[in-house]
Design a protein. Structure first.
Length: 553
């Protein structure tokens, strides 16, 4: 007689399986495996890798409209992750290919007097195609809430390709009018009116569901939400307001072209959190719009209310002109990751970071930022941060690529203060950088990933430098990325010939006057000699440069 483990043991094992195909195989072994693995297969039925063949999950979820439903499991109750854009995409495909089933479920809806009153008022026939899709999604959400689905992860991001079919006007898209609406106010912008009207209708599915007066279950649907991601697809005012009831978010990720338009609900959402750990903010440098700088200051400085719990701060595409924007950051005693990318950061804000005591900071990423021109011509403001040993001594990952700011003595400070780097990215801006670069490699024997960029400053990067560089790599280094460091095929050969580390990944960018195919042949020969099996080899040729990417098994 075969022994049977307790269900808790099976679930503990199956919880570590992330691959969908593997989970499908598991549920087919026997009933015990199936009942313990099915909850993980249905945890995120709208995951990214699901393709259009998976539209069969739509009728499964809609079947809970039937009073005599016959399903093996309470599938809606298992769902914890709601990727709304994939739900919309799959539902749209289901609508396109299953006319009879759509009609059947619409009939069930009209006969069900237990549904919220909103369904009896919906004039979905006035929105051909889109109206039915809108109703199907709303029905799915209602069924999930009825079955006590506990949503912990939510993403909203509708891509243009998913809505363009609804934008046609007699077979043609209306691309003539360049404006859109925000709260009934006409705003000049980068997209057409119809596009934003459609996206706002999609957004209204969520806000309608959350504001159903006669459906208390919707109030608890996102009660335990921990992850909220709102990408660039809409203006989010209504959604942010609807999510104001969430108090225990751990991660908020938001992308928006005009933060001044969502200032109030976003600040309110941030201030309502009890234990916010991760904040990720993406913008697009719209500093020319009125009140932009004030809005950015208010949003970022509002993080002070969550400073005690913040572990990750990522900001991209933002201009931080107000010198007090980062004043709060000294209160972030538990910060582990700080990333600033493609942003303007004033010198004073760099100083606020440099003064902080980040004893738990493990990753610092400052890439493609710029600052006050009159100052950066004389010194690198990031150097102040690396001179703070409470920051630099504990860093595991350090990524510095700020091509608008010369290094000056930046690498010297890194070589003196950093001893525990595992991932390191930097640029060379002068010959004096080279000796400090070698010191950094010598002082950090655990570096696995190394990336080096030459942004175009005049330097003596000779064949001798290439040979010395490859010999200086720590033994654990297996990921190397070199951009405009190797000048020609001969230097590339020398690099490979002198390479003693066990490479798993190599990415090299060279100037356009090279034949990148010869680089590929060189890699093949070298790999064969070293008995290294190539897993992937790609070569690229674009007007600005040529690239080779290699992965080994």
């Amino acid at each position: 007689m075969s022994s049977r483990l307790p269900n808790e043991c099976y679930q503990q094992i199956f919880s570590n399986v992330q691959d969908t195909k593997t989970l499908f195989s598991i549920i087919q072994v026997n009933h015990t495996w199936c009942e313990n693995a099915i909850i993980f297969l249905w945890k995120n039925p709208f995951r990214k890798e699901i393709d259009y063949n998976h539209t069969k999950i739509i009728p499964v979820l809609l079947s809970f409209l039937k009073k005599d439903k016959n399903t093996f499991f309470d599938y809606p109750s298992f769902i914890t992750h709601l990727d709304f854009d994939n739900l919309f995409r799959i539902t749209s495909k289901f609508y396109d290919n299953n006319e009879n089933e759509v009609e059947y479920f619409m009939g069930l809806m009209e006969q069900d007097d237990t549904l919220p009153s909103i369904f009896s008022k919906l004039e979905y026939d006035k929105w051909p195609g889109f109206g039915q899709i809108w109703v199907i999604i709303l029905l799915i959400l209602v069924n999930m809430a009825r079955r006590r689905a506990n949503i912990q992860w939510f993403k909203f991001d509708i891509r243009y390709n998913d809505i363009k079919g609804f934008l046609s006007n007699n077979g043609k898209e209306n691309d003539d009018v360049e404006y859109f609406y925000v709260d009934d106010e006409r705003i000049v912008g980068s997209n057409v009116e119809m596009r934003y009207n459609i996206v706002n209708k999609i957004e209204n599915i969520i806000t309608t569901f959350l504001n159903l007066d006669d459906f208390n279950e919707s109030k608890n649907f996102f009660e335990n939400l921990e992850y909220l991601e709102l990408d660039r697809s809409s203006f989010k005012v209504a959604i942010l307001e609807a999510f104001s009831m969430c108090k225990n978010l751990k991660t908020v990720e938001i992308e928006h072209p005009f933060f001044q338009l969502i200032l109030r609900p976003l600040v309110s959402l941030i201030k309502n959190q009890n234990n916010l750990e991760n904040i990720i903010i993406y913008g697009v440098h719209n500093a020319y719009m009125a009140d932009y700088h004030d809005a950015i200051f208010e949003i970022i400085s509002s993080l002070n209310t969550a400073a005690h719990s913040l572990k990750r701060i990522e900001i991209c595409g933002i201009k931080m002109m107000n010198d007090e924007t980062f004043k709060f950051i000294g209160n972030c005693k538990n910060l582990e990751v700080l990333k600033l990318e493609d942003s303007y950061v004033s010198i004073k804000n760099f100083e606020w970071i440099a003064l902080a005591e980040f004893s738990k900071l493990r990753s610092l990423e400052l890439v493609y930022n710029w600052s006050n021109k009159e100052y950066v011509s004389q010194f690198n403001p990031i150097q102040m941060i690396l001179q703070n040993k409470s920051i630099s001594l504990n860093l595991k990952s350090l990524h510095l690529l700020n091509t608008y700011i010369k290094n000056h003595n930046l690498l010297k400070s890194i070589s003196e203060n950093c001893r525990n780097l595992i991932n390191f990215t930097t640029q060379l801006t002068a010959d004096d950088d080279i000796k400090y670069l070698f010191n950094i490699l010598g002082n950090n024997p655990n570096i696995k990933e190394f990336q080096l960029l030459n942004p175009g400053y005049p330097m003596n990067l000779s064949t001798g430098f290439i040979i010395d560089l490859v010999k200086a790599f720590p033994k654990k280094t297996d990921y190397i990325r070199l951009v405009h460091i190797v000048n020609n095929l001969d230097e590339f050969r020398k690099f490979l010939e002198n390479c003693m580390v066990d490479l798993k990944f190599l990415y090299v960018v060279v100037s356009t006057n090279n034949d990148i195919n010869e680089f590929g042949e060189c890699v093949k020969r070298w790999s064969e000699e070293r008995k290294k099996k190539i897993k992937k080899l790609d070569i690229f040729s674009i007007p600005s440069d040529k690239k080779i990417l290699v992965r080994w098994e």
